[in-house]
Design a protein around this ligand. Structure first.
Ligand code: BG6
Ligand code: MG
Length: 218
């Protein structure tokens, strides 16, 4: 049996948390006296917490002291975690669990490649933690997507060559990271946004098991 490295982003690919990040950032921006658009929000997907705040403040033309910056970061995460607290397995995105279970049953290596520092918590909350052989998250990398670091570290830990890895991503920055890493990039979302991906699916219902077999054999 051939082995490929299957690398999944978390927010917006496995769980429907992208909307909670957006809500929490919007609340923060409003408290500072400005708001930002959904188009700008696309630019925050896949981007680390610190970098996201830097971008938001630049959009709003606001400068904060180091102490205030840290406080806002903390507040945003508390707000985000209050949504996560009441999250259940209903928030798993369509068919992603079927895909993970199928790959696991086929003995395929599975990794998480996420910018989030809350990744382990969310995987535990949704009972998916044990399906992952490797978890690389915001606590393990120094360079945020679009740097390929997170995916290259995942491939290394899986002991699979980057060329034999398949990345599932919902963010523009993440698709760029996967492409730079020399991996097959599958965009999960809108083709109009994720045009640089090797292939785009709306969600995992578009990837039946025989398509997964093709990925494994290719
Ligand atoms: C990414 C999200 O997965 O994780 C971003 O797409 C988020 O929106 C980033 O900012 C960092 O997440 P966290 O949970 O560490 O704040
Ligand atoms: Mg994402």
């Amino acid at each position: 049996m051939k082995k490929k490295g299957f690398i999944f982003d978390l927010d917006g690919v496995i769980v429907d948390t992208a909307k909670y990040h957006y809500l929490a950032w919007q609340r923060l921006a409003q408290s500072l006296g400005f708001s930002f658009s959904e188009v700008q929000n696309e630019e925050l997907k896949g981007v680390s917490r610190v970098r996201s705040l830097e971008k938001i403040l630049a959009w709003g033309g606001v400068t904060l002291s180091e102490t205030d910056f840290k406080e806002q970061l903390h507040k945003k995460n508390e707000d985000y975690l209050s949504y996560i607290d009441s999250m259940s397995r209903d928030e798993l995105l369509p068919d992603v669990e079927r895909v993970l279970l199928y790959l696991k049953n086929q003995g395929q290596p599975i990794a998480l490649g996420s910018a989030s520092k809350n990744a382990r918590l969310i995987l535990k909350k949704t009972n998916l933690f044990d399906l992952f052989d490797i978890i690389v998250d915001g606590t393990n990398v120094t360079k945020a997507k679009p740097s390929p670091e997170v995916f290259l570290v995942a491939a290394k830990q899986l002991e699979i060559a980057p060329e034999a890895c398949i990345v599932f991503e919902d963010s523009v920055a993440g698709i760029q990271a996967a492409n730079t890493a020399g991996m097959l990039s599958i965009g999960v979302g809108e083709a109009s946004v994720l045009g640089k991906a090797d292939r785009v699916i709306k969600n995992f219902t578009e990837l039946p098991n025989d398509q997964l077999d093709q990925f494994i054999q290719s």
